[in-house]
Design a protein around this ligand. Structure first.
Ligand SMILES: [Fe+2]
Length: 197
């Protein structure tokens, strides 16, 4: 049973993020897709004898969110770096919403980058909460710890060291955060917002 398939991304030459980094990072992404499918298969196999396999099944269930979110977060990440770099549309819905939420677009950028400097490995994610009609930026530990129920990711920044260690020292992650914003295709990010309104 193959449930999820590996997506392909059109990531070209980036500024400040090397080809080697992207190539290695895509291999890791592929691993999350493989393991998401693997866990589902293992669960369906082992549940034939739930008593004997209780602990293994429990652990597999607990790790599913790690693998699935690892897969999905990377899809948002690589999509936002795909195609050519595109500036944010200042007349678009997302820009207007960001200004409503943070006053100035620059304030949003500053807050996102501030959250990205959270100690540890994980993600910084901009979500849209349809229920309150609000944008929220939060830190997600690993891939899954702190994901917000029912909210749609709009922009996801990978803050695991594997995302930048070929290009920057671990003490220089600020430079990687800047590089990420240098390469974004805001059309993709705006579509993520539009599709969830
Ligand atoms: Fe990653």
């Amino acid at each position: 049973m193959e449930t999820f398939t590996t997506k392909t991304f059109n990531v070209g030459e980036l500024t400040g993020i090397s080809k080697k980094t992207i190539e290695e990072h895509l291999k890791l992404y592929k691993g999350y897709v493989t393991n998401t499918n693997l866990i589902l298969n293992k669960i369906s196999e082992l549940k034939n004898d739930p008593e004997k396999n209780a602990f293994v099944l429990g652990e597999l269930q607990r790790r599913f969110g790690f693998e699935f979110d690892g897969m999905r977060n990377h899809e948002y990440y690589f999509e936002s770096l795909s195609g050519d770099k595109k500036e944010v549309n200042k007349n678009g819905n997302l820009y207007q919403k960001i200004e409503k939420e943070w006053g100035l677009f620059e304030n949003f950028l500053a807050h996102f980058k501030f959250v990205a400097m959270t100690r540890g490995i994980g993600w910084t994610i901009l979500y849209y909460d349809k229920m309150s009609d609000k944008l929220i930026i939060t830190w997600v530990d690993e891939h899954h710890l702190g994901q917000l129920t029912g909210l749609s990711p709009i922009l996801a920044l990978d803050m695991w060291e594997h995302a930048f260690v070929y290009d920057y020292a671990t003490s220089e992650k600020k430079k990687y955060i800047e590089a990420f914003f240098e390469n974004l295709n805001w059309n993709v990010i705006e579509d993520n917002f539009k599709n969830n309104l």
